[in-house]
Ligand binder design. Structure first.
Ligand code: GLN
Length: 504
């Protein structure tokens, strides 16, 4: 493995700016690493070597001319396959979109291109972003670089594994109920879900519009802030995009890394621990909280009593929105078309196509959502769930009156074995118990590595939550914690990862 693949995006950007390397060299090193490890990891559904190298050469020309397009110009990135990429396949991990090549770029993808980041390819995911393990991909699972018998989290397991296995320094994910943060937690990477409306959803294939957000997947907190600054900010093409400037995110990360948290109030959420949380996860979480206190933060306990209903509310709201969104896959407009024998009607073609094209989890959620929205049940299910959603927002408001940021473990356990929860949807859903409240309330959340659980030696995630529009607080607190933890570990956590990906 080339040394270049081990560098953070900020380090690569500094090397590029100093003329110490080229984007072509970095991009080639990533492609070589993909060649070396992706047969085992399966983080990518599609690799665009030619396109990435051409973009890298163009970046090198800009740098040589002294006109880089952005601080990250030339640093390669991988993109979750739920984001539309002009000319590159976009499957959402589903057979129903097999062969679909979008005629346009998602806004976040155009922003990557405008900023000069070569796009390495598209990453694997649970079908239509439904899942917590990437086992629901129609193209086979992604494997966790820490232990290839284990899941990399989901739905964005491909993006997290690509970054953890040094195949890409940066990736984009999407988070509807935790799909950036939970894979980050179980792979020892950093992931951020922004404030709802903070990063454009235009060209993100919708699962649940009121919850979905795009965000950065990286190896350091500063890298997440740098990528967030490239993709974030107002987009007139997304009607839910917030029309105001982003806070200074990378500056907040740099300030945090200096280590001073004096005056910062940190609220530990009492409902997001205890029963169901692995002992080693709680242990690493408590140690991280103790470090924050050492840096001058004031730690308080906060209670969010409605959180116990968050998972139930999510699994009504999300399938309701998804059942409506997925109606567009009708065999007429995109991808797959299955035509039964004889002289089938349009409805028969749709039925055969949807039957063959959607996997079990997608069908389960379409049925659940259609039922929850049906007249007679709407008030009892969807209506009630929306009321719970309001209560969760009020819990957050009350908690943020006492604390500047809230913290919890990102996921209740470390990475589980492939196949372990596949036949038990509720066990699978429980992985997102700590991440879902932020999506329901539209607030931002960050996950960063907190260490390895003593019982299994696997990564534990630490979650930081902030009020809407205060994403900068996540970067400040996250970078401070990261700096203190890395001092204890003697370097990044991923340096302790097993040999796959060449990390050991
Ligand atoms: N695991 C959650 C689900 O299955 C969240 C998915 C996501 O954030 N895309 O819905």
């Amino acid at each position: 493995m080339s040394d270049l693949t081990k560098k953070s995006a900020a380090e690569l950007a500094a090397m590029l700016a100093a003329g110490e390397t080229t984007s072509v060299a970095i991009t080639q090193a990533c492609l070589d690493q993909i060649d070396a490890v992706d047969t085992d990891i399966h983080a990518f559904l599609h690799v665009d070597a030619e396109g990435a190298l051409a973009q890298a050469a163009a970046s090198d020309a800009r740098r040589a001319a002294g006109t880089p397009a952005s601080p990250l110009d030339g640093v390669p990135v991988a993109v979750k396959d739920v984001l539309a990429t002009e000319g590159l396949p976009t499957t959402c991990g589903s057979k129903i979109l097999d062969g679909w090549i979008p005629p346009y770029d998602a806004t976040v993808v155009s922003r990557l291109k405008e900023a000069g980041l070569p796009i390495l390819g598209k990453t694997n995911m649970d079908e239509f972003a439904m899942g917590s393990s990437t086992e629901h991909s129609a193209y086979g699972p992604t494997r966790n670089p820490w232990d290839t018998d284990r899941i990399p989290g989901g739905s964005g397991g491909g993006s997290a594994a690509a970054v953890a296995a040094f195949e890409a320094p940066l990736a984009l994910g999407t988070d509807t109920g935790g799909s950036i943060r939970q894979p980050g937690a179980v792979t020892g990477t950093v992931g951020l879900k922004p404030t709802y409306g903070g990063i454009s959803r235009y060209g993100l294939v919708a699962m649940a519009n009121s919850l979905d957000q795009v965000g950065p997947v990286t190896r350091t907190v500063l890298d997440a802030a740098l990528l967030h600054e490239v993709i974030g900010g107002h987009d007139p093409l997304d009607s839910t995009s917030i029309d105001q400037p982003l806070p200074a995110l990378a500056d907040a990360a740099r300030q945090g890394a200096a280590g001073d948290l004096a005056g910062v109030r940190i609220g530990v959420i009492s409902e997001l621990r205890g029963e169901g949380y692995q002992a080693g996860v709680e242990q690493r979480f408590d140690e991280a909280v103790a470090l924050l206190t050492k840096a001058g933060a004031e730690v308080v306990e906060v209670s969010c009593p409605s959180f116990v209903h968050a998972l139930a509310a999510y699994y009504l709201i999300m399938p309701s929105e998804a059942s409506s969104n997925l109606a567009r896959f009708d065999a007429m407009r995109y991808g797959l078309r299955v035509v039964p024998d004889g002289d089938p009607s349009a409805e028969e073609v749709m039925r055969a196509t949807r039957d063959a094209g959607f996997g079990d989890e997608v069908k389960r959620r379409i049925i659940l959502g259609t039922y929850a929205l049906s007249s007679g049940y709407y008030d009892a299910y969807y209506g009630q769930a929306q009321k719970v959603r309001t209560l969760i927002s009020r819990d957050f408001e009350a908690a943020f009156a006492k604390a500047d940021v809230l913290v919890s473990p990102t996921a209740p356990t470390t990475a589980f074995k492939i196949g372990e929860k596949l036949d038990d949807p509720v066990a699978m859903y429980l992985n997102d118990v700590a991440t879902i409240p932020a999506n329901l309330a539209g607030i931002p959340g960050l996950s960063l590595p907190a260490g390895l659980a003593p019982e299994d030696g696997l990564p534990v995630g630490f979650q930081v939550l902030a009020p809407a529009l205060a994403d900068d607080r996540l970067y400040r607190v996250g970078a401070a914690l990261e700096a203190m933890l890395e001092k204890e570990w003697g370097g990044p956590l991923l340096a302790q990862a097993p040999a796959l990906g060449g990390a050991r």
